[in-house]
Design a binder for this molecule. Sequence first.
Ligand code: SF4
Length: 726
Amino acid sequence: MSRPLPLPLRRWRPRIGRGDEWKRSICPYCGTGCGLLARAKDGAVAEVKGDPDHPVNQGKLCAKGALLAPVVRTDDRLLFPLLREDRSGPFMRVSWPAAVQRFAAAIRKAQVEHGPHAVMLYGSGQLVTEDYYLFGKLAKGYLRTNNQDTNSRLCMASAVVAYNLALGSDSPPCSYADIEAAKTFLIVGANPEACHPILFNRIKARRRADKDVRVILVDPRRTRTAEIADIHLRPRPGTDVALLNSLLYETLLAGGVDHDFIAAHTSGWEELSRVLGEYQAERAYEITGVPAQDTLDAARLYARNGPALSLWAMGLNQSANGVDNNLAIINLALASGNISKPGAGPFSLTGQPNAMGGREAGGLATALPGHRQVADPEHRAELERAWGIEPGSISDQPGLTAIEMVEALEAGRLKVLWVAGTNPLASLPNTERVRRALAKADFVAVQDAYHPTETTAAAHLVLPAAQWSERGGTMTNSERRICLLERIGAPPGEALPDWEIIRRVALALGYGRHFDYQTEEEIFDEYRALTRGRDLDISELSYDRLRQSSEGAQWPSRGGAADSTPRLFTDNRFATPDGRARFHALSQQRTAEQLDEAYPLALLTGRVKDQWHTRTRTGKVAKLNKSEPKPFLEVHPQDARACALADGDAVRVISRRGAFVAPARVTDAVPPGSVFAPFHWGPSWAADSTPNLAASEAFDPRSKEPELKFAAVRIEPAATVANSTP
Ligand code: SF4
């Protein structure tokens, strides 16, 4: 091992106030972005409650948010940097200077021997915006590679591409306040009862408050969200474009298309209307399996009971045709004039707490901070000037995305991987392939709050990260609302905020002068200055201003009267060169793989209400484990009978990639021909329990988002059930 070089003395120190002060923060789980108040005892968060003054949740929290305190200090918190040169050997505790010097040496070696793109940074929607920005500055500006991506690629990259194509920028135009103004909700490929519970409660309250409010749900599964649906359309998995085209065609026939709006503010309608005729409800039924009368009823409701708010999530995004799925739902909103007015709009819900912040700060492999693109020479030049680096330093080549990262590891092109705040060995599809690919890397460094996770256990270097409540920073929720997360407790042991870890690695690489930050606020100030004049301008939004308000601010936030912008494009001028929103003529495409005799069932994956991602936090809370204590596979009675399965029997789910085992839950909540598994239970639960062993890594060619919502599988009885102690 190379001898550690002396580093400048650390300057970052956790600063916390008196332990009994309630401080403002944001829930670090889903993209709803609920405001909460928390206070510490003995340096760690001991109590959490909903912030009554926060506009998103007005004091309410779901169980995950309410039970945050127990996940902060657990026995598996990572306290010190750990290093091993041989991944089959044990980790040894090392000092921070030794850890970052070893890591910097690995990065330098890989780049000298194999070029700048031999290194990749893979982050998370859990990071604060300041972390994202600093990761991007280091990777794209100084390491000269755009190999910076995030696990948000897995949840909303298709929405990013579609918003850009249709509206000219990645700008969700709506607000949660539109929930209280909408008459019709069109919820597609989303299960807010489980995944955005506080938003679901707001929709339910809206429905109770106005007898004319209606809900249309599109989901092959009958989830608990269906309990508030007036119409539930259950298309065959992977047929969303056909169904949405059909809804638009029948909306047109029902008089729900706003021809004045189309003529004045859009382009591409003629091309789109030419293909719509193919999707008359009776004909679409052949593709979607949705009875024509149900489609007609939904279209008439949508056409006549406006304003209509369309909400969607992973069901549309996680598809090999994810961008088309998104464009199809945006087409419907545009054609009916349901955009940029109260109660209306195409509104993509983000999964993670700061997936949106990553989109803003350039956390994706094709993006640069401030909604800039690596493909745009002017954007690259702006950043090069701002960062004080040579013209041409930022590569014009898009970086590797999540699945491409796996391919590059396999091919030996990617030598050093830096993972922050995520667990790809449980969360990426085709997990076994990911494990084999990761084993080929010369050096893997993982910064995480917990150890072991599936991924830290496969690393050379594990760096202890501060987690929620132990670091400050900003996050942006689905409605573009930026809020400040105050530091409340201190990190345990030698754990550091992610931005401070990035700064130390940058120092060790010799870029100290450009990473001379003492606080996260300094990073935010540098980032916000770069947004001046951009569509998401927050140049006037300081930490002080965020502290003065319990509401945060929805971007753009330019100060004065334009402090916060609840709704975008209210003048019907969109961010395209001609100011017109663009329709896209779409045809239903096939899923990446097809059902056949060997693999006759569609595997759908999703979430349960009281668990979060790979359960590194929620899996440790007994109260959260009560509602769903173990993995399961929903199987329709007809398919269960065909396989001689009874409720509770062990069932093996086999795809072309791999297999997992779970207890069967025989239910007609899934349609015949489909099975459903929650993706939370990974190898740390039981070696063979991971649905991602079978999930497909095929991805949309434009968004590179994998088709996690569809895999062709077969099922068979298994001898044992994957089991573990909660
Ligand atoms: S709805 Fe989401 S943000 Fe709100 S408390 Fe629950 S998990 Fe947290």
